[in-house]
Unconditional design. Structure first.
Lengths: 232, 353
């Protein structure tokens, strides 16, 4: 208990004194997870549009597959990527193992099922009703699609926030393919784990507090703007 | 006066299951046309085809005498608009909901504002422009949907069960709006309904739809004057019974409904008959009282159903009778489940169908 209290006090000292390690690790976490979510959204949202709005054989299976993959254990994915990107692996010639780039790729893969599954559900939920409504009011197919997407936007935004939170809070991928190289690939979660193992509880608590603040404030900010936003 | 829309041999199947079978109908300019039928009879499918939102599996649709083709469908769709049963409003303000279709038609901003506020006035929602549509009550949302449709000033407005989920006050308000828009702007309406009372008063003509085909069609007064058994069987009407009729000594007809229940009606009938008693025409009392009502039945309340401003009470008199009264009456008479009550209605309130 003492460790925790002391840790919290010291944590705030570290945060407010602008400790370089804290700053470095936090910024890298934001960059890596942000880039991962951006990539996941870029390929995930088109897939979600396809799965949510089109009818085809095997659609049920594909949607089920993406939903199942949401629960993918991060260590398992980390291990697969390690094998793929290690020197002897299929993609070993890229020499990406233990770089921020491979963490971004790994986290993007990790959160893609969240983006796809949540967005596809949101789109499918409003799809036929809003499409018909827009068309009967005079919209072309393209304009009707925009109306559907606009109505589903809350769901798509939620998918993106959930993805970011999952990416920033995951440990398995970042540790296994990033290697927690101080000043190069260390992120919040890997540093917390390693500093705790080394006995630097204060730094770990400080980083844990920051991690909670990051996750909490992003969610709060987005919900605030969602509550205020108006349909253009 | 020409036909606004005409369907020729229209059939529709979903995955091999037939929803509509060789429908032929024409809607005249300026009329209110009702499609009356039970759930699943194909009303919505028919409306969606008329609204050009769905293609028929076979058959043709004509607008103003011109055949609708793949080429002109988008343009022709602008001539009609549909209001859905499950109220769909865009998740935005009331104004933007109404402005949506006007904007697509390229109307300038200031004129949109004028038209939108006029449409809101028409449905009794003046000053609602800035309200969030999703925060309104069901009845208000339905009126927004109606205003949004009327604002487009299309030749044809298609309504799918416009009052099905509404309380009587909102329902009658919607009916008034439809009727006045039809009279003042000569808007043509096609409405789907399973409400036999609505079909009796609002439309000029009706078509009875059952299992995807039209069973009867004509002026509503004519169709209802010979209220057919098909109509009664699918209109899901409370208080429809079958029984044996025979003339009574007092000159009326006595109908034995079975289970010890006999009622009198003025119409002369004999043999097997179906009869209907309007739930609004039955008086309910806790004590038997002297009146001119030829029918007085004793029973117990078995069910009380909330229907907005009014309640429907089911009373078992040997046969289940539905009586419609106001909430105030329910409270004042201290009626509850199991209460013993008397029902009274005139012999002339019993209609043979």
């Amino acid at each position: 208990m003492n460790d925790l209290l002391e840790g919290i006090v010291k944590a705030f000292q570290l945060i407010f004194s602008g400790d370089p390690t804290v700053l470095d690790v936090t910024l890298r976490s934001l960059y890596v997870s942000g880039a991962a979510v951006l990539i996941a959204a870029l390929w995930g949202i088109p897939i979600a549009i396809f799965l949510g709005l089109k009818d085809f054989r095997g659609k049920f299976f594909l949607r089920g597959l993406f939903t199942t993959l949401i629960g993918m254990p991060t260590v398992a994915l980390g291990l697969i990527l390690y094998l793929v990107f290690s020197r002897a692996g299929v993609l070993g010639f890229f020499h990406l193992l233990y770089t921020p780039t491979v963490i971004i790729i790994g986290e993007a893969l990790l959160v893609t099922p969240i983006v796809v599954s949540f967005s596809a559900n949101a789109l499918a939920a409003v799809s036929s009703e809003i499409r018909d409504l827009a068309r009967t009011l005079g919209a072309s197919e393209d304009q009707a699609f925009i109306a559907v997407f606009r109505e589903a936007r809350d769901g798509v935004v939620l998918a993106t926030i959930s993805s970011f939170n999952r990416a920033v809070a995951e440990l398995g991928v970042a540790q296994m393919v990033g290697g927690n190289i101080s000043g190069f690939t260390s992120v919040l979660t890997t540093t917390i784990m390693n500093e705790t193992a080394k006995g630097d509880i204060a730094l770990s608590v400080a980083l844990a507090v920051i991690l909670l603040i990051v996750v909490g404030s992003i969610t709060l900010t987005v919900s605030y703007f969602q509550g205020r936003r108006k349909w253009a | 006066m020409g036909l606004v829309v005409e369907l020729r041999n229209v059939s529709k199947a979903f995955g091999g299951i037939s929803a509509l079978d060789s429908i032929n109908l024409g809607v005249e300019e300026g009329e209110i046309y009702a499609l009356l039928g039970p759930s699943g009879s194909g009303k919505t499918s028919l409306l969606k085809i008329m609204a050009l939102l769905d293609d028929p599996t076979s058959g043709e649709v004509y607008y103003g005498g011109e055949k609708v083709t793949e080429k002109n469908v988008q343009q022709t769709r602008m001539q009609a608009t549909m209001v859905f049963q499950k109220t769909a409003v865009f998740d935005t303000t009331v104004h933007k909901n109404i402005a949506y279709g006007l904007k697509l038609r390229g109307m300038p901003e200031d004129q949109i504002r004028k038209e939108a506020s006029e449409a809101l006035k028409q449905v009794g929602l003046e000053g609602f422009e800035k309200r969030e549509a999703k925060n309104l009550s069901g009845g208000e949302q339905q009126r927004v949907a109606l205003a949004r449709a009327l604002a487009l000033k299309t030749r044809l407005v298609l309504l799918d069960e416009p009052t099905a989920n509404l309380d009587p006050r909102n329902a009658s308000m919607i009916e008034d709006i439809i009727s006045s828009a039809n009279k003042t702007s000569k808007t043509t309406f096609v409405m789907a309904t399973h409400n036999i009372f609505q079909a009796r008063t609002l439309p000029h003509r009706i078509a009875l739809l059952q299992d995807g085909s039209i069973k009867e069609t004509g002026a509503s007064a004519d169709v209802f004057s010979s209220l057919s058994r098909t109509l009664a069987s699918f209109a899901a009407v409370d208080n429809t019974f079958t029984g044996d009729a025979k003339p009574s000594v007092s000159g009326t007809t006595l109908v034995d409904l079975g289970n010890g229940v006999q009622i009198e009606m003025t119409e002369a009938k004999a043999g097997k008959v179906s009869v209907f008693v309007d739930p609004k025409e039955i008086i309910i009392s806790r004590k038997r009282f002297a009146s001119s009502a030829r029918n007085v039945l004793r029973g117990r309340i078995t069910e009380v159903k909330d229907a907005g401003n009014v309640v429907k009470i089911i009373i078992d008199v040997g046969k289940p009778f539905t009586v419609q009264i106001t909430k105030k009456s329910l409270a004042e008479m201290k009626l509850s489940l199991g209460t013993e009550v008397y029902l009274a209605f005139k012999a002339s309130s019993v209609q043979a169908i």
